[in-house]
Design a protein around this ligand. Structure first.
Ligand code: FES
Length: 118
């Protein structure tokens, strides 16, 4: 029997997914790329792997284009919770990995304010 779109009880291939905006705009226009997005992404990939969290049933770290919340950049979003983070350095990424990706605990101090969009 095939599952349907409304069948959301099956476990996902990954338990959590984190997407980093790596958007780079031409002509030096402001974008996450100018605020350390790539460094954050690379560090997160490594940290997730080093923590033994990478792979099926666990955590996947992915690149994304503009997530349309540029004013808070650099940004990353964690699913299934839909938690939006901003970060300034690799210590922030370590905290997101250890607290949220490993233990499911949101890092309140790094949350993107709800009103910040593009
Ligand atoms: S450039 Fe990163 S959210 Fe738009």
């Amino acid at each position: 029997m095939h599952s349907t779109m409304s069948d959301n009880t099956a476990p996902g291939y990954y338990s959590r997914h984190i997407f980093f905006c790596l958007n780079e705009r031409p002509n030096g226009e402001d974008c996450c790329h100018l605020h350390g997005a790539k460094e954050g992404f690379d560090h997160c990939k490594r940290a997730v792997k080093d923590a033994g969290l990478a792979g099926k049933g666990q955590v996947r770290v992915n690149k994304a284009g503009c997530l349309d919340r540029c004013a808070a950049g650099p940004v990353a979003v964690v699913y299934p919770e839909g938690t939006w983070y901003t970060f300034v350095d690799t210590a922030d990424i370590d905290e997101i990995v250890e607290s949220h990706l490993k233990h499911g605990q949101v890092v309140e101090r790094l949350l993107v304010p709800p009103e910040l969009g593009r």
